[in-house]
Design a protein around this ligand. Structure first.
Ligand code: ADP
Ligand code: MG
Length: 266
């Protein structure tokens, strides 16, 4: 596989809801194997962009492609290929409540492959082991904490060894310890899988930790797309305002963890 090949390409994407433009000419290229972090304020259109990219929200204008396939123009078999190759873990997790955690992970394997049930079970165990949930395999989602549900959703996204994984706000709503754990997990997974990751977050600390490059969404476009070092040193007033609102140093997970312990008076 070519290292510098493009995994995700977004060109001139526009999307409006009720005549309110949300995406106003978005361009983005994500290289294969890179971790691209998408930053932006709440309501800036990050989730909308992800949905446009993966084929859930047709853009009003512009084009998207994943591994060279346009999800809105793809044939049935191309879409099937695409669904096999991408992993998606979105806000909320959306596991099936009537199934155990392991069954939730086995489901996409059953849907897309001919792997026999006993082997599906082994794969589910391995994936759940990677996110530290092996012991919770036979529990139902309602019996899990918020952090465990996110980890289970991640394990499911990884069930088919995807080459591209999309994440929407992986650590949102988690306590600092769990959020820091999830960030570490993302970094480990990235190493283990050599996958392309597209991560939407408003957590600056995680963003700076995991990004190869980051892109800041502002008024319907990416204001800047660059490495963390370049972003950190940016003198653009809008970038500064965004970063200084929550300086990455002060938001560092280790410090958050200590503050968390302080607050608990441990
Ligand atoms: P973010 O993920 O950056 O917080 P979103 O992409 O969820 O932002 O939303 C961007 C804007 O688009 C918000 O104002 C939101 O209310 C609006 N929006 C998103 N999806 C829809 C929809 N299906 N219908 C109407 N408005 C929507
Ligand atoms: Mg969102």
């Amino acid at each position: 596989m070519e290292r510098d090949a493009i995994a995700v390409e977004v060109r001139g994407v526009r999307k409006a809801f009720d005549e309110q433009p949300v995406l106003d000419g978005v361009d983005l290229s994500v290289r294969r194997g890179e971790t691209m972090v998408i930053l932006g304020g709440s309501g800036s259109g990050k989730s909308t962009l992800l949905r446009c990219i993966i084929g859930l929200e047709p853009p009003d204008e512009g084009s998207v492609s994943i591994d060279g396939i346009d999800p809105y123009a793809a044939s049935w078999s191309q879409l099937e290929q695409l669904r096999r190759r991408i992993g998606v873990a979105f806000q909320g997790g959306a596991l099936f409540g009537s199934m155990t955690v392991a069954e939730n992970i086995e489901l996409p394997i059953a849907e897309f492959t001919r792997v026999p049930p006993a082997t599906r079970r082994i794969i589910a165990r391995i994936k759940l082991g990677m996110v530290g949930l092996e012991d919770a395999m036979d529990r139902r989602p309602a019996e899990l904490s918020g952090g465990m549900i996110k980890r289970a959703a991640l394990a499911r996204a990884l069930a088919l060894d995807p080459s591209i994984v999309f994440f929407d706000e992986p650590s949102a709503g988690l306590d600092p310890v769990t959020a820091a754990g999830l960030d570490r997990l993302l970094v480990q997974l990235k190493r283990a899988f050599d996958a392309t990751l597209v991560v939407v977050t408003h957590e600056l600390a995680s963003a700076f930790k995991i990004a190869d490059r980051m892109a800041l969404m502002h008024e319907g476009q990416f204001l800047v797309t660059a490495t963390p070092e370049v972003i950190r040193k940016s003198e653009d007033p809008i970038v500064r305002r965004f970063l200084d609102r929550a300086p990455p140093e002060a938001g560092d997970s280790a410090q958050k963890f200590e503050k968390f312990l302080d607050d608990l008076e441990v």
